[in-house]
Design a protein around this ligand. Structure first.
Ligand code: MF3
Ligand code: CO
Length: 258
């Protein structure tokens, strides 16, 4: 069941995703060698609560933290830990969710810890570009497959592996609504996109093969070959005017300049 949102509901979803963007910026300001992912999670939880929201991930199907923080070969759903200390050259996907005013925010960004190897920098850039190319297809009259195919084509043109086991999703009063939004697929296939739909597009792209392993902790997903992966996530509303991105990466990227 796909729920179409009114303009008012889209503004509440925007408020949530702006708060997620600000939280990711605040976390980004604290990413440096020596910080633990547990400390980043604490910063995010305090920031979210100080802004009148609650962390949407905490307690979701028993998830034990406010962020998912996935380092290097971890693709998504890494659990913050006081034992996980970031070091120069790491990359970290930080995925954040909020809940306020009856709606959910859900977005992610991959950060570099200090200087990273050129090939890793390229993986991050191409994954973000794949997100932008997918987002450009998020318009009424297109189908979900148009988004999927655009993401896949860009990532595979660099020889990267596109993760199959996880996908984007509808976003609304619940974090995971229909439709599913895979990062691979065929143009012209899948559910029709309509005005008022709000979806999360979240490419998970591996430097090596597409194969992943689900870890014993019940959450963490990592690459099978242990090569790095990147992950970015936008919430996007489908409007008469075209894709309306509810997440604001400029807030994050401004914060990283200082
Ligand atoms: N952004 C993630 C997703 O779309 C949500 C994290 S899963 C949770 O699947 F359980 F931690 F909430
Ligand atoms: Co999501």
């Amino acid at each position: 069941m796909i729920y179409l949102k009114t303009d008012e509901e889209i503004e509440l979803l925007r408020e949530n995703n702006i708060l997620v963007s600000k939280t990711l910026a605040e976390v980004g300001r604290h990413i440096r060698p020596g910080v633990t992912t547990k400390e980043l999670d604490r910063i995010a939880e305090e920031f979210i609560r100080a802004h009148g929201a609650v962390p949407a991930f905490l307690g979701y199907e028993g998830y034990p933290a406010s962020l998912c923080i996935s380092v290097n070969e971890q693709v998504v759903h890494g659990i913050p830990s006081s034992k996980c200390v970031l070091k120069e050259g790491d990359i970290v996907s930080v995925d954040c969710g909020t809940f306020m005013k009856g709606f959910v925010g859900d977005s992610a960004y991959t950060f570099a810890v200090g200087e990273v190897a050129e090939e890793v920098r390229q993986l991050m850039e191409v994954t973000k570009e794949a997100l932008y190319k997918g987002t450009a297809q998020a318009k009424a009259g297109n189908r979900v497959g148009d988004i999927s195919a655009a993401v896949q084509a860009h990532a595979e043109s660099f020889g990267y592996g596109v993760v199959r086991e996880l996908e984007g999703h509808g976003l609304g009063r619940k974090m995971h609504e229909d439709p599913g939004v895979p990062n691979y697929g065929a143009r012209g296939r899948g559910p029709l996109l309509k005005e008022g739909m709000v979806i999360c597009i979240e490419p998970m792209i591996n430097m090596g093969t597409k194969a992943v392993v689900f870890e014993q902790d019940g959450w963490t997903v990592r690459t099978r070959d242990r090569k790095p992966a990147a992950h970015y996530e936008f919430a996007v509303a489908i409007r008469k005017s075209g894709p309306d991105v509810l997440t604001d990466y400029s807030i994050i990227e401004e914060a990283l300049k200082n």
